[in-house]
Write a new protein. Structure first.
Length: 274
C-alpha cells in the first residue's frame, strides 16, 4: 500500500527530529464552506504539538485531516498536501483504514464501546486480524495507558463501570493497541476533573517517548505544560460573514508563550480575546 507502512528513523536530536507530518497548503471545505485555509504545519517525531485558538478556528478540522477522519463527513473536501513520512495521505493508492491504524485518535468525550474492558482494548487488533497473543497486547496497552493496576482484576467487567478519567485512559489504551505511530487527541481532558486531567497530562509525557502526539486544546495552561511546539489558529471573517480558520503562528511552545511574534497570538494567550 505505497509506503504508508514506513517507520520513522530514530536517534535524531531534539532540534533535528524527523518530520512525521509535513502539511503544505491545506484547505478544507464542507460543501461550499471554506473551513480552513492555507495551513502549513510540520509535526516532528516524539514531540507533542498543540493546536490552540478560539472556537471555530479549525483546530479539530486540521487534526482530523491528519488521519482522514474528514472523509467520514458528507461533502468534506481536502486540498493541499498532508505528507506522512513522505507519503501523500490523500494519494489515490492510500487506504484510509490503514491510515487510521497508524494514526490513532482519542476524542473529547470518553467513548468506550459497550463491551468489557478487555474487549475494548482487543477490538482494534481483532479487526486487524490478530488472533494470538491478545492477552499480552491488552496488558501492554493498559500498562502504557497507566490503567493496568486499576483494572487488572476486572477485565471482564463493563467499561462503563469506570470513572470518566479511567474511561479516557481506556480509550488511549484502545488507540495504542493497534500499534500506531501517532496519537491524535481532540480536547482529551476537557470533560474531566482537575485530578483526572493531570493524570492525562502526565500520561502524555510518558507516551511521547514512543509516539508522536498532536493535541487540540482550549486550555492555554495545558498547552504550555505539555507541548513542545504550538500552532495558534484564529478566525477570519469575510465581508459576507463567512468564518475561515487560518494558522497565525507556529513555533517552540516556550517561545510562543513568552515572546510570540504576532500580536494576535499575544492577545489570545494573555486573554485579551478568544
Amino acid at each position: 500500500m505505497n509506503r504508508i507502512d514506513a517507520q520513522p528513523t530514530s536517534g535524531a536530536s531534539d532540534t533535528d527530529r524527523p518530520l512525521v507530518f509535513d502539511v503544505q497548503g491545506l484547505n478544507v471545505f464542507y460543501g461550499d464552506f471554506h473551513a480552513v485555509r492555507d495551513v502549513e504545519l510540520p509535526v516532528r517525531q516524539n514531540e507533542i504539538t498543540a493546536l490552540i485558538g478560539p472556537s471555530g478556528c479549525g483546530k479539530s478540522t486540521v487534526l482530523r485531516s491528519l488521519n482522514r477522519m474528514n472523509d467520514l463527513i458528507p461533502d468534506a473536501r481536502v486540498e493541499g498536501q498532508v505528507a506522512y513520512h513522505g507519503v501523500d495521505l490523500y494519494g489515490p493508492e492510500v487506504d484510509p483504514v490503514q491510515v487510521r491504524r497508524h494514526i490513532g485518535m482519542v476524542f473529547q468525550k470518553p467513548n468506550p464501546f459497550p463491551k468489557s474492558i478487555y474487549d475494548n482494548v482487543a477490538f482494534g487488533p481483532k479487526i486487524a486480524g490478530v488472533r494470538s497473543g491478545l492477552d499480552d497486547v491488552v496488558e501492554d496497552s493498559l500498562k502504557r495507558a497507566a490503567l493496568w493496576d486499576e483494572v487488572k482484576g476486572k477485565l471482564s467487567e463493563s467499561a462503563y463501570a469506570l470513572s470518566g478519567g479511567q474511561q479516557q485512559r481506556l480509550c488511549i489504551a484502545r488507540a495504542i493497541a493497534t500499534r500506531p505511530d501517532v496519537i491524535l487527541m481532540d480536547e482529551p481532558a476537557s470533560a474531566l476533573d482537575p485530578i483526572a486531567t493531570l493524570r492525562i497530562e502526565e500520561l502524555m509525557f510518558e507516551l511521547k517517548e514512543d509516539y508522536t502526539i498532536v493535541v487540540v486544546t482550549h486550555n492555554m495552561q495545558q498547552a504550555a505544560r505539555v507541548s513542545d511546539r504550538t500552532a495558534f489558529f484564529t478566525v477570519e471573517v469575510g465581508e459576507d460573514g463567512t468564518r475561515t480558520g487560518v494558522l497565525v503562528e507556529f513555533g517552540d511552545t516556550s517561545t510562543m508563550f513568552t515572546n510570540p511574534s504576532r500580536k494576535e497570538t499575544e492577545d489570545y494567550i494573555t486573554g485579551r480575546f478568544g
